[in-house]
Design a protein around this ligand. Structure first.
Ligand SMILES: NC(=O)c1ccc[n+]([C@@H]2O[C@H](COP(=O)([O-])OP(=O)(O)OC[C@H]3O[C@@H](n4cnc5c(N)ncnc54)[C@H](OP(=O)(O)O)[C@@H]3O)[C@@H](O)[C@H]2O)c1
Length: 287
C-alpha cells in the first residue's frame, strides 16, 4: 500500500526545509525578514484552524506573520482601506485574505481581492496574477493547484497526453489547475454539479482530481484500474479528517493516491510560504 501513497507531507517538509535555507541566506544579505499579513474576517472555525497552522509553520521557516482580525460586520469601505494600508506598508511583503469571507461580504470577494497589490498577492488570486496564468506564467499562482502539480512531478507522474478529470470549478482549485495542466500538455476535463454523465468522465480519467466537499464521493466501482487520484477534499466524518474519496475502497484499484490528512493540505501551506518569499524577493529586488 505504501508504494501507492503520494506523500504530500514528506514533500512539503522537504520544500519547507529548502525554503528555510533560502530565507536564511536572503535575510543575512538584506537584514529584512519576509512578512506575511493575513486578514481574517469573522469567526469561521475552520479558517481559524488554518490560520493557526500557517502561523506555526511560518515561524519555523523564518517568515514573520501578522494576523489582522476584523469584525464580520466591517464595512466594504473599511476593508478596502485596510487592504490599501497593507499595500502601502513597506514592512509587509505578502497579503492573504482568508476565505471564505462571512456571508455578508462573500459576494464581493473578487472586488476585495482586486485591491491587493499583485506583487503582494500570496494566494495568486488578484486579477493580474490570474490573467498571467492564461500565458502559463505561474510565478504567483494559487497555492493548492501549485501543490498538486509539484506533487505529481515529484513522483514522476507523466502529464503529457493524459486525460485529467477535475471535479471542481472553483477559483481556488479547478480553474487555475486547467492552465497548469494544459501547460504540461495534459487533456483537461472539468466536472461540476451540472455535468451530464459525470460517471463517464470519472471512469475514463487517467488522473482524477477531486475537491467536492463530500466524504466517500468517489468509490471503487467508479474508477478505472490504475488511475492516479488526487484527493483535495477536507471533511470531518465521525470526528476524523477525511477527503472526498473512499480511500480504503479504492486503494487496491488505483495506482497512486494522496492521503487525507498528509496529502495536498501541507503542500498548500508550503506554497503559501513559497509565494510569500517570491513576493518578498520582488519587493527587495532579489533574484
Ligand atoms: N487540501 C487543501 O489544501 C485544500 C485547499 C483548498 C480547498 N480544499 C478543500 O477542497 C474542497 C473544495 O474546496 P473549494 O473551495 O474549491 O469548494 P467549493 O467552492 O465549494 O467547490 C466545490 C466544487 O465541487 C463541485 N461539486 C460539489 N458537489 C458535486 C457533485 N455532486 N458533483 C459534481 N461536482 C460537485 C461544485 O460544483 P458547482 O461549481 O457546480 O457548485 C464546485 O465546483 C473542500 O473540501 C475544501 O476544504 C482543500
Amino acid at each position: 500500500m505504501n508504494n501507492k501513497i503520494l506523500d504530500g507531507k514528506k514533500l512539503a517538509d522537504e520544500l519547507n526545509l529548502k525554503l528555510q535555507k533560502k530565507i536564511k541566506k536572503a535575510v543575512e544579505k538584506t537584514r529584512v525578514r519576509p512578512k506575511l499579513a493575513t486578514i481574517l474576517i469573522g469567526e469561521d472555525p475552520a479558517s481559524k484552524v488554518y490560520v493557526n497552522i500557517k502561523q506555526r509553520t511560518s515561524s519555523q521557516i523564518g517568515i514573520e506573520t501578522i494576523l489582522i482580525k476584523l469584525d464580520k460586520n466591517i464595512s466594504k469601505e473599511n476593508l478596502i482601506k485596510k487592504i490599501k494600508q497593507l499595500n502601502e506598508d513597506n514592512t509587509i511583503h505578502a497579503i492573504l485574505l482568508q476565505s471564505p469571507l462571512p456571508k455578508e461580504l462573500i459576494n464581493e470577494t473578487p472586488a476585495f481581492l482586486a485591491q491587493i497589490s499583485p506583487d503582494k498577492d500570496a494566494d495568486g488570486l488578484t486579477p493580474l496574477n490570474r490573467g498571467k496564468l492564461f500565458d502559463y506564467n505561474e510565478e504567483l499562482a494559487p497555492c493548492t493547484p501549485k501543490g498538486i502539480i509539484t506533487l505529481l512531478e515529484y513522483y514522476n507522474i507523466e502529464l503529457k497526453s493524459k486525460d485529467v478529470v477535475i471535479i471542481n470549478r472553483s477559483n481556488l482549485v479547478g480553474k487555475p489547475l486547467i492552465f497548469l495542466l494544459l501547460k504540461r500538455n495534459a487533456t483537461v476535463s472539468i466536472c461540476h454539479t451540472s455535468t451530464k454523465n459525470i460517471d463517464r468522465y470519472i471512469k475514463d480519467a487517467d488522473i482524477l482530481i477531486v475537491a467536492v466537499r463530500k466524504p466517500n464521493f468517489i468509490t471503487k466501482e467508479m474508477i478505472k484500474e490504475g488511475v492516479v487520484i488526487i484527493d483535495v477534499g477536507i471533511n470531518r466524518l465521525e470526528g476524523k479528517l477525511c477527503g472526498d474519496v473512499d480511500f480504503e475502497g479504492v486503494i487496491d484499484k488505483c495506482s497512486k493516491i494522496t492521503p487525507v490528512p498528509g496529502g495536498i493540505g501541507p503542500l498548500t501551506v508550503s506554497f503559501l510560504f513559497q509565494n510569500t518569499f517570491t513576493a518578498y524577493k520582488k519587493q527587495l529586488n532579489l533574484k
